[in-house]
Design a protein around this ligand. Structure first.
Ligand code: SF4
Length: 356
């Protein structure tokens, strides 16, 4: 099996996908790509959250051409998502796309695909072959059934062979389904057969809660088996949420450290202060802090102090007050109405010291 340290690395702008332990976090804009200002704004907020590669939809040549202006105002590589029309792919490549996502079999005659492959070769950019279980070739559907792992795998194989015979190997593969088990099986088949880096994700995964659960269930299995070189968590919500979930999932597998983490208890009848709004506000506050920092917000003195001491900064609740710990040491007591502002000050101080 090709695990993420054994896949064939490809360069996408200044980042590398494959052949390493680092899993690249990516997202996709929800703006119209030709609306350059809105697209740039969204990408910059994704960058701040920790997005490392952004994909934009190119529905026509105008979208593709907008890549030049967008790229000049952002700091992460940009991938162009194209379906069916090779001329849009050529325009996106000419406009400076660092990667394209396309399905070779959808472009029509081979000569059209050859032009796209030649343009990728010339610009030294990779191609993602993105198979989606919901839109398999008709003969594969007939043979293997709708949205089947084998059908997705065979479709990938067919598309890969089309470009390999043109001498092109700078590939990234995705084999997505909206069904978690199908997705796991399709990626496992791909990891056994192909040396190419895998972009993992569950497609049409739903809104925040549903997607976070389904994506973590599916991608968690794959990540634990060493499968997956880059990931996108699809969420029907603000794209920035995709980054938060991606980081948290990777951190759970020790694959991401440059992030702040909140540890909090669920509260119970022992609680004597209004903890949950504080935990939520701190969680929000931590989303743009890209350093390894753990903050524990705990309810009471039964289980609170040990977790709070284990974190970089921690509080354990008392009666309308909390005890503050830093790096395991008791610092002081804080009154309930000052907890949030004092905790934010402590976090800012920690960040400042980290960068010093
Ligand atoms: Fe309950 Fe205290 Fe545990 Fe929180 S830390 S769940 S308040 S026992």
């Amino acid at each position: 099996m090709y695990t993420r340290t054994q896949t064939r690395p490809v360069s996408v702008g200044h980042i590398i996908i494959g052949g390493q332990n680092r899993v690249i976090i990516q997202s996709m804009t929800s703006t119209k790509t030709k609306n350059i200002d809105a697209t740039v704004d969204q990408i910059l907020s994704l960058e701040r959250a920790g997005c490392e590669l952004i994909r934009v939809a190119c529905l026509d040549v105008e979208d593709a051409k907008a890549i030049t202006a967008i790229k000049s105002r952002i700091h992460i590589p940009i991938s162009a998502d194209i379906h069916f029309d090779y001329r849009i792919a050529l325009a996106a490549i000419a406009a400076g796309a660092d990667k394209i996502r396309i399905n070779p079999g959808n472009l029509g005659e081979e000569d059209k695909l050859k032009q796209v492959v030649d343009a990728c070769k010339e610009k030294k950019i990779p191609m993602r072959i993105g198979i989606n279980g919901g839109s398999l070739e008709r003969d594969l559907e007939t043979l293997y059934g709708h949205d089947s792992a084998l059908g997705i795998y065979e479709s990938a194989k067919r598309n890969i062979e089309l470009v390999e015979k043109m001498g092109f190997y700078d590939l990234v593969l995705s084999l997505k389904s909206s069904n978690v088990l199908t997705t796991i099986q399709a990626y496992q088949l791909a990891a056994e057969a192909f040396p190419y880096p895998l972009h993992i994700g569950i497609t049409e995964a739903g809104t925040l809660l549903t997607s976070a659960i389904r994506s973590s269930a599916g991608l968690g299995v794959l990540l634990s088996q060493g499968i997956g070189d880059t990931m996108r968590i699809s969420i029907s919500d603000e794209p920035v949420k995709e980054i938060q979930v991606s980081k948290e999932l990777l951190r759970s597998f020790n694959l991401y450290s440059q992030m702040a983490t909140l540890i909090s208890c669920p509260t119970c009848g022992r609680i004597q202060y209004d903890m949950i709004p504080i935990a939520k506000a701190i969680e929000d506050y931590l989303t743009t802090i890209n350093i390894p920092l753990s903050v524990a917000v705990m309810g009471c003195i039964v289980n609170g102090p040990s977790e709070a001491k284990n974190a970089d900064i921690g509080i354990a609740g008392g009666n309308h007050e909390v005890i503050l710990f830093k790096k395991g040491s008791f610092i002081r007591k804080i009154k309930e109405d000052e907890v949030l502002s004092e905790l934010k000050k402590e976090i800012d101080k920690f960040v400042e010291e980290y960068h010093r």
